[in-house]
Design a protein. Structure first.
Length: 401
């Protein structure tokens, strides 16, 4: 296989795997109301199960990333697909908080983690030359957004036409599509050498990373990113309902976020080849803070939600390519799946609080106002915390190399 054909086969399959796993995860907010009506467990219990899922999805990635670094990506993706399908398929038949936490919050979330960012971007980075990695990360990341664009309206259409149980079983079956898509990741051909520190062990590399202030700055920024995204994918349908608008506005808004982030991810992936990645992160987080502030001042109409979704979508997961790129730039690609997986764990710790506290806020006050204010403060803090990261200008780094 030619190097060019290999490149596109690899990134397209990785992007499609992420489209399925992320698309399924980000459509789960549409099931909060049907689950509450069917089980009577209450929004706090359901939000907590989804919050556990946010954490488990993040915790699974460094674990699966380390296994993928040792045993290869394909086995991990196949195992993850099986768990994801099982967790979603069993969820409609549980009627207790414990069962919901186990299957929706642990089993399905861990399975989604087996076919997500750290494994896919780590596999791509180890097989591609350095000059193609930033755009490849953006392209793979865009796959996750495409999945949200497809699965959010699909899930809502299935719920409306056949009921939420049939809809969730259909999504469970869709998870198995990632298995054949993983096969090209067996190919060890690379368009260039893998960059890593020769002879260093995983534990030594991880210890070095945690001694680096820049690595901690990436963790702090990603924590706030997770808070923001988990709050929105879990509770945006609830916010829409509080405004007296139909569920179709929720599904369309989530789809628009995914569609807009395709452009955001590809654009940031391209810009990361020319500009400092830390400054891209500063701008992305800053845009979020401004967008939320503008939303709070706008009338609550369907058009407002659609415009808000597009603006948010441009920055939604656009943080992923520069964050992954900076981890690879600082520490090499040999253990990228593990080190980037650890940043995703911080992302999902933030996600846990975003999903859980959203449910607590609406149960206590009847609205999400304080969550929006917290989101603005955290997005602003994330923009500032990325400024101290050490990173040379791309042209200077290339000259040094």
């Amino acid at each position: 296989m030619s190097a060019k054909r290999h490149y596109w086969t690899l990134v397209i399959c990785a992007a499609l795997i992420l489209a399925v796993t992320m698309g399924l995860r980000n459509a789960l907010g549409l099931f909060v109301s049907p689950l509450n009506t069917s089980t009577g467990l209450g929004i706090v219990s359901i939000s907590f199960a989804l919050a556990v899922g946010q954490f488990v999805w993040g915790a699974a990635q460094p674990i699966f990333g380390a296994l993928a670094d040792r045993a290869g990506s394909v086995r991990i993706i196949v195992f993850g697909a099986t768990l994801l399908a099982l967790g979603l398929a069993v969820t409609p038949f549980v009627h207790s908080s414990f069962g919901l936490i186990l299957f929706l919050g642990v089993v399905s979330a861990a399975g989604a983690g087996g076919g997500s960012f750290s494994i896919l971007m780590g596999a791509a980075a180890q097989r591609l030359p350095a000059e193609r990695r930033a755009f490849a990360s953006g392209f793979i990341n865009a796959g996750g957004s495409f999945g949200q664009f497809v699965f959010a309206p699909l899930a809502q259409a299935l719920i409306s036409a056949f009921g939420w149980i049939t809809a969730l079983l259909t999504l469970a079956a869709s998870a198995l599509l990632t298995i054949p898509l993983a096969l090209p990741l067996r190919d060890k051909h690379s368009g260039g050498p893998t960059v890593h520190i020769g002879g260093i062990s995983l534990s030594e590399q991880t210890l070095l990373a945690f001694k680096d202030r820049s690595y901690w700055c990436l963790h702090a920024g990603f924590f706030t990113c997770g808070f923001h995204i988990a709050f929105l994918v879990t509770h945006l349908p609830g916010e829409v309902a509080l405004c007296g608008l139909p569920a179709s506005v929720s599904a369309a808004s989530l789809a628009l976020i995914g569609l807009a982030n395709i452009g955001g991810s590809l654009g940031v992936g391209w810009l990361a080849q020319k500009y400092r990645m830390k400054m891209l992160l500063v701008w992305v987080y800053g845009i979020r803070a401004v967008a939320i502030a503008c939303y709070l001042m706008a009338p609550r109409t369907a058009l407002t939600f659609y415009v808000f979704a597009v603006v948010l979508g441009l920055s939604w997961l656009a943080t992923v390519p520069p964050t992954a790129g900076l981890v690879g730039k600082l520490f090499g690609t040999r253990y990228l799946a593990t080190l980037f997986g650890l940043t995703l764990l911080s992302h999902q710790i933030g996600g846990f609080f975003g999903a859980w506290l959203g449910g607590m806020a609406v149960a206590a006050s009847g609205n999400y106002d304080w969550m929006w204010y917290a989101d603005i403060a955290l997005a602003t803090a994330a923009a500032l915390v990325n400024l101290p990261i050490r990173e040379a200008q791309p042209n200077l780094a290339a000259a040094a190399a």
